[in-house]
Design a protein around this ligand. Structure first.
Ligand code: OOB
Length: 557
């Protein structure tokens, strides 16, 4: 076997130390096989099996592989090379899967944005990743993604191609044509195999959930992501008979892992809406066996099931729920009411993912967020002084392991804050580690609002609010919400003699072009913000304040 140099990924990724690499290789966590080859192995094993269902489009493994290789060669024809970046903002459609696999095959790196992102986020990502291309649907849910992508391309000279799905303009690359099968699949495969990416190269960029003003990029390698995917297969029990309804945005680590895990096992991915009526119809029509949801959506499934029990959900075996805390009382209803096994998930784009294991029973599934996927995952729970807490006590979780990179891409200051010198990532989550190895998420120290699984950085919202005329000070905090768990509440101190309304803040955020899920849903105007002894804004006091206001309002009705 030829030994390849690891591509530098234009410097800025933080590699694992060499001794750790040697250990991960020796222990078999890193198999030295790029992700594209794992997919092709599954495709070769069952070429005629249906791999992907998206509405009326059904692609077999053979189709999908031929399309991925066709698209990989066409990316090269456009001049895109290994390590060039494509900013991908595609909804859960077949084109996403083809383009993503094409990237894996060619070494072009996808930067996975979410469909909800707008100018504020995309323009930063294009800049920071030095995107060479942007892939978007022409329109989606009434929004003109093509127009926004064209504006961003005009501002960013690195962007040379717009890949547009369904209705582009002259000069755009038609993404569906790009994703057509290779004319000669055998030759295409051979050509791509000759220049296959190295397994330790970066394979993709994920976005961090928000804690800083702008999202950070997480460079994930072929080896590290393949380990995550394979351990997901083991923990979820996927096989060739798995039919997985992937309803959450595929740009998210949670759904991307599940999607690849299903395909690598020769199972079938079905794209569809998470809304219960449509989802239940799909479960029936496609004999869906598994799905993954955030708690807010799982709750809607339960409500719909209770109100309209008509659909036959008999094929459904496993429901993975994660991304934000699933309340124990909701967890307890899933098995009995939906007739399938609940599997809780707690994880992060930075790496570590925990899942409850079906064999450990209902108590674990309903009261914990699971245990790490890999025996190579290290977990350390520390107190405020950074010392390990006594066993079973709550503290901040630090982690490192074979699929948790040692730093963000090109973010040395942030890395100095959230990665320790010996490579532990400080998750900012407050957890309890049970003697059986399962984690219970108790809270969070980081300044983030988890709106039904969508992560909102308080700092980002505050910086935007400070641009509103008349705002002197601003603080964003989570307010509890029965449906989404949390929503964004903004406290502001107006300048003397000025008035600030929620509409003013929303106007500004819309003008800047911020993803909608970040918009505050309540504004509280105060004379001063409470401060801690360290003269920082006392967010705990603000959270208590908004809770009290909500309780008062509930009592009043
Ligand atoms: C997943 O990934 P991200 O990157 O969107 O968000 C990570 C953060 C965690 O640090 C934690 O604060 C929160 O989301 N979180 C949970 C949770 N799952 C994630 N908080 C409480 N309970 C849970 N079950 O959200 C993600 C990535 C892969 C698998 C699952 C979730």
């Amino acid at each position: 076997m030829t030994v390849r140099a690891v591509r530098p990924s234009r410097a800025g990724t933080v590699p694992w130390p060499e001794d750790v690499v040697a250990e991960y290789v020796a222990k078999g966590y890193w198999q030295g096989v790029p992700l594209g080859r794992h997919f092709l192995a599954a495709a070769d094993a069952a070429p005629d099996a249906v791999a992907l269902v998206d509405g009326d489009t059904r692609l077999t493994f053979h189709d999908l592989a031929a399309r991925a290789d066709g698209a990989a060669l066409r990316l090269r024809d456009l001049g895109l090379r290994a390590d060039d970046r494509v900013l991908v903002q595609l909804p859960n459609r077949w084109e996403f899967v083809v383009l993503f696999l094409a990237c894996l095959r060619s070494g072009v790196l996808p930067v996975l944005a979410l469909p909800a992102h707008r100018r504020h986020e995309l323009s930063y990502l294009a800049e920071h990743a030095e995107a060479a291309a942007i892939a978007v649907p022409a329109t989606f849910k009434g929004f003109d993604h093509r127009a926004l992508a064209a504006d961003i391309a005009a501002d960013h000279p690195t962007v040379t191609h717009l890949l547009v799905s369904g209705g582009g303009q002259p000069g755009d690359v038609d993404l569906r044509e790009l994703c057509a099968p290779a004319a000669d699949p055998v030759a295409a495969r051979a050509a791509l195999d000759r220049e296959e990416p190295g397994s330790r190269d970066t394979a993709l960029f994920l976005l961090s959930g928000g804690t800083t003003a702008l999202p950070k990029l997480i460079a994930r390698t072929h080896d590290d992501y393949a380990h995550y995917v394979h351990r997901t297969v083991d923990a979820a029990g996927y096989g060739p008979d798995t039919v997985n309804l992937v309803a959450l945005p595929v740009g998210h680590n949670f759904s991307l892992g599940v999607l690849l895990a299903t395909l690598f096992e020769g199972g079938r991915v079905v794209f569809g809406s998470p809304e219960p009526e449509q989802a239940f119809e799909l479960v029936e029509r496609e004999s869906v066996t598994h799905s993954g949801l955030v708690p807010a959506v799982a709750q809607r499934w339960l409500e719909h099931r209770a109100a309209a029990p008509g659909h036959d959900l008999g094929t459904l075996r496993g429901l993975m729920v994660g991304g934000s805390r699933l309340p124990d009382h909701v967890a307890a209803r899933i098995g009995p009411e939906l007739g399938c096994a609940l599997q809780q998930g707690y994880g992060m784009a930075e790496g570590l993912v925990c899942l409850t294991r079906p064999a450990e029973g209902d108590e674990v599934a309903c009261h914990t967020q699971g245990r790490p996927l890999s025996e190579g995952d290290e977990l350390l729970v520390v107190d405020e002084a950074g010392e390990p807490v006594p066993a079973g006590e709550p503290g901040v979780l630090l982690t490192r392991g074979p699929y948790t990179p040692r730093g963000y891409y090109r973010a040395p200051e942030q890395n100095a804050r959230v990665f320790t010198p010996d490579g532990w990532y400080r998750t900012g989550d407050i957890v309890r580690l049970r003697p059986d190895g399962n984690v219970v998420v108790e809270g969070r120290e980081k300044d983030m609002i988890n709106r039904g699984g969508e992560k909102v950085s308080a700092e980002e919202v505050e910086n935007l609010a400070l641009q509103v005329d008349g705002v002197l000070m601003a603080a964003a905090v989570a307010m509890p919400d029965a449906e989404l768990g949390e929503r964004v509440c903004l406290y502001v101190v107006p300048r003397t003699g000025r008035e600030v309304r929620l509409a003013d803040v929303l106007d500004l955020m819309r003008r800047v072009g911020v993803a909608r899920y970040k918009l505050p849903e309540r504004l509280v105007v105060v004379d001063a913000l409470p401060l801690t002894g360290m003269q920082k804004v006392d967010k705990k006091a603000l959270r208590a304040d908004v809770e009290q206001r909500l309780a008062g309002e509930r009592a009043a009705v």
